[in-house]
Design a protein around this ligand. Structure first.
Ligand SMILES: [Zn+2]
Length: 309
């Protein structure tokens, strides 16, 4: 706009200097030109913002349509990079590709990164929220339930669909004791969920939802990706199914660490109100770790008995 105004201004000065043209005509030209260019400029700005708004709304929508948009964006970015290689130098294309890949890695592999869609990392509560992944497990689940009962604490169990199908009585018991069951995919494909396509992503999440609801009668409200690695197609599916994506902000690597004391040393020192703690079952130290977390003053009974608060 400033450039256009400057050009018009310069033209007006030149025209005034030309004695053949009257000042009135110059002023009329200047006013009319400004209006025209101003209107065109505003139309352009509105058009661009409308287009960006439309693209962002489509990308952040739910269901297969939003995933198709995400797939289109992914292909479009690659096409632009390849075109850049042909048009300029392949070194530039390689650098642009590496930059896009790095951004994608952060978005996908960082469990609390919000670039792909909203992720809950803490709760508005005076207490902590304990979440227990990878069950149900015939050895651990009953013991963990007893521990939680003894401390009158409610938790969210993020369960794997296949395990729920194998141990339906454990899933029902978790609900009967007042806890919540979250969706942790059907097969827990921890090595490949990050690169799953739209169909597989949908199947993993939707089938897990179905099995949990058919066995317990309760529809899951939360979703957690295997090892927290979402992919570009996760959020449109979770939105479609009414699931809130939940990560964590405290963890002790209890799924790989053999020493419970080391796990607790990572979790407890900073533990405070509103923290979401990530724990696992089906590990040799599950009971010991939960005991340690429950002994912390921040882990107290929720007065309303709501596990999600
Ligand atoms: Zn898991």
């Amino acid at each position: 706009m400033l450039v256009i105004a400057a050009v018009l201004g310069r033209m007006a000065v030149l025209m005034v200097q030309d004695s053949q043209i009257s000042r009135r005509r110059v002023l009329a030209f200047f006013a009319g030109g400004t209006l025209l260019w101003g209107w065109l400029g505003l139309a352009c700005i509105n058009g661009i913002s409308w287009a960006i708004d439309g693209i962002l709304t489509s990308l952040s929508g739910s269901g297969p349509r939003a995933n198709a948009w995400r797939m289109f964006l992914l292909i479009f970015i690659h096409a632009v990079i390849i075109a850049l290689g042909f048009a300029t130098d392949w070194r530039w294309a390689l650098m642009a590709g590496a930059f896009v890949a790095a951004m994608l890695c952060i978005a996908i592999l960082h469990p609390s990164c919000q670039w792909l869609g909203p992720v809950k990392t803490h709760v508005e509560s005076a207490e902590i929220l304990i979440t227990i992944d990878d069950g149900p497990d015939p050895h651990d689940t009953p013991k963990l339930l007893d521990l939680l009962d003894a401390h009158q604490v409610k938790a969210i169990f993020f369960m794997i669909g296949e395990k729920v199908r194998a141990h339906p009585e454990l899933a029902r018991e978790v609900i009967r004791r007042g806890h919540e069951i979250g969706n942790h995919t059907m097969t827990h494909p921890q090595a490949s969920f990050w690169c799953a396509g739209p169909r597989r992503t949908r199947r993993e999440i939707a089938e897990c939802n179905q099995i949990i609801e058919s066995i317990t009668g309760v529809k899951p409200r939360c979703f957690r990706a295997p090892v927290g690695h979402r992919n570009g197609f996760t959020h449109p599916v979770t939105r479609e199914l009414g699931l809130e994506v939940m990560a964590w902000n405290r963890r002790g690597y209890d799924a790989v660490e053999k020493d419970a004391a080391k796990v607790l040393a990572r979790i407890l020192p900073k533990l405070g109100a509103g923290d979401i703690v990530l724990l696992h079952e089906a590990t040799p130290i599950a009971e010991e770790v939960l005991k340690g977390v429950l002994a912390h003053p921040a882990a107290q009974r929720r007065p309303d008995g709501d596990a999600s608060a």
